[in-house]
Design a protein around this ligand. Structure first.
Ligand SMILES: Nc1ncnc2c1ncn2[C@@H]1O[C@H](COP(=O)(O)OP(=O)(O)OP(=O)(O)O)[C@@H](O)[C@H]1O
Ligand SMILES: CC(C)(CO)[C@@H](O)C(=O)[O-]
Ligand code: BAL
Length: 279
C-alpha cells in the first residue's frame, strides 16, 4: 500500500491498472469505513486498484462545528487500510487540496441539498460536492463507494454524477452497527460511556417510527412522537422524519420509506437512518 500526500504523486501512481475503486473519507477510520474499502476491493477485483482518501474538508464545516477537534489519526488509519486491502491512501493537507481559496464550487440543487442535513448545516452539501468532485478529478475512479449512513449525501452524490455525466459507478454500502444497534461513526468517539448507552435511543426510535407508521399512525404524528421521545431523554433533535427512499420527498401510500434522524446528545451531533416499508 502506498501513501500519497500530493496530487501529482497520487495521479502518477494510478497510471496503468484498472478499474479504480475509490472510498472518500475524513479519516479516524472504523469498521464501517473498512467495510466500504472491502466492498471497493471486491468491486475492483484482484487486477484493479483501491484508493481511499483521508481529508477533513473545511468547506463542509460551519464555523461553529467540530472541524478543529475532528480526530486526525493517519498512522492508525493507514495500518487498518493496509489490512483491508487498500492499495493507495491519498492524504493531502489543506495547502495541497486548496492552494488558493476554493472560489469554484459545485452547488447541488436546493430541493435535495437544502432539506434535512442541508437545512441544519447550510452549505454542507456544496462543501461535500465540491471536495468530492475535486477528488474524483484527481483519482478518476471507475467506481466510488459511499455509506448509506449518510443517506442524503449518497443521494446527492448519485445525482451529481448523473447530471454531470461522470463515468463513475456509485455503490452504496450498508450501515455497520455495533451489537446494540448504534451506527458506527467517527463522532461516537466524542461520547462518554454513559452517552454511548444513551445513543442507542436514536436507532431504536427510527425503528419504532417505521413500526408505528406501518401499524397505522399518521406521518406527522409519528414524527412528532419521535421528536418528543428524544427531547424527553435530554437530546436536542434537529429532525426525525419519514421520507420516501427514492428522493427524500413526502411519502405517498405504498412508497418505500426511510426513517432519518439527526440529534445532539450533549455536544455531539449524531445522524442515522433505517430503511423500511410503510403502510
Ligand atoms: N457505520 C457506517 N457504516 C458504513 N459506512 C459508514 C459508516 N459510517 C460512515 N460511513 C461512510 O464512510 C464514509 C466516510 O464517512 P466519514 O469519514 O464522515 O465517517 P463517519 O463515521 O460518518 O464520520 P462522522 O462521525 O464525521 O459522520 C461515508 O461514505 C460514510 O457514509
Ligand atoms: C464524502 C466526504 C469524505 C467528503 O468530505 C465526507 O462527507 C464523508 O466522510 O462522508
Ligand atoms: N459523514 C459526513 C461528513 C460530515 O459530517 O461532515
Amino acid at each position: 500500500m502506498l501513501i500519497h500526500h500530493t496530487i501529482a504523486a497520487q495521479r502518477a501512481a494510478l497510471r496503468g491498472r484498472a478499474p479504480i475503486a475509490f472510498v472518500p473519507t475524513m479519516g479516524n477510520l472504523h469498521e464501517g469505513h473498512l467495510a466500504l474499502v472491502r466492498q471497493a476491493r471486491a468491486a475492483a477485483g484482484p487486477d484493479g486498484q483501491v484508493v481511499c482518501s483521508i481529508f477533513v474538508n473545511r468547506l463542509q464545516f460551519a464555523p461553529h462545528e467540530d472541524f478543529d477537534r475532528y480526530p486526525r489519526t493517519l498512522e492508525r488509519d493507514c495500518a487498518l487500510l493496509r489490512e483491508a486491502g487498500c492499495d493507495h491512501v491519498f492524504a493531502p493537507d489543506e495547502a495541497e487540496l486548496y492552494p488558493e481559496p476554493q472560489g469554484y464550487k459545485v452547488q447541488p440543487p436546493s430541493a435535495l441539498a437544502d432539506i434535512l442535513e442541508g437545512h441544519f448545516r447550510p452549505g454542507f452539501f456544496t462543501g461535500v460536492c465540491t471536495v468530492v468532485a475535486k477528488l474524483f478529478h484527481i483519482v478518476q475512479p471507475h467506481i466510488a463507494v459511499f455509506g448509506k449512513k449518510d443517506y442524503q449525501q449518497l443521494m446527492v452524490i448519485r445525482r451529481m454524477v448523473a447530471q454531470m455525466a461522470l463515468p463513475i459507478e456509485i455503490l452504496g454500502g450498508e450501515t455497520l452497527r455495533n451489537a446494540q444497534g448504534l451506527a458506527l461513526s467517527s463522532r461516537n468517539g466524542y461520547l462518554s460511556d454513559e452517552q454511548r448507552e444513551q445513543a442507542l435511543l436514536l436507532s431504536r426510535t427510527l425503528r419504532d417510527m417505521l413500526q408505528r407508521h406501518a401499524a397505522g399512525a399518521a406521518l406527522e404524528e409519528t414524527e412528532a412522537w419521535a421528536m418528543a421521545q428524544l427531547s424527553a431523554a435530554g437530546w436536542a433533535p434537529d429532525y426525525m422524519v419519514l421520507r420516501r427512499q427514492h428522493d427524500l420527498g413526502t411519502p405517498a401510500a405504498g412508497d418505500a420509506l426511510v426513517a432519518l434522524g439527526a440529534a445532539k446528545l450533549g455536544n455531539t451531533r449524531l445522524i442515522d437512518n433505517i430503511e423500511g416499508r410503510g403502510a
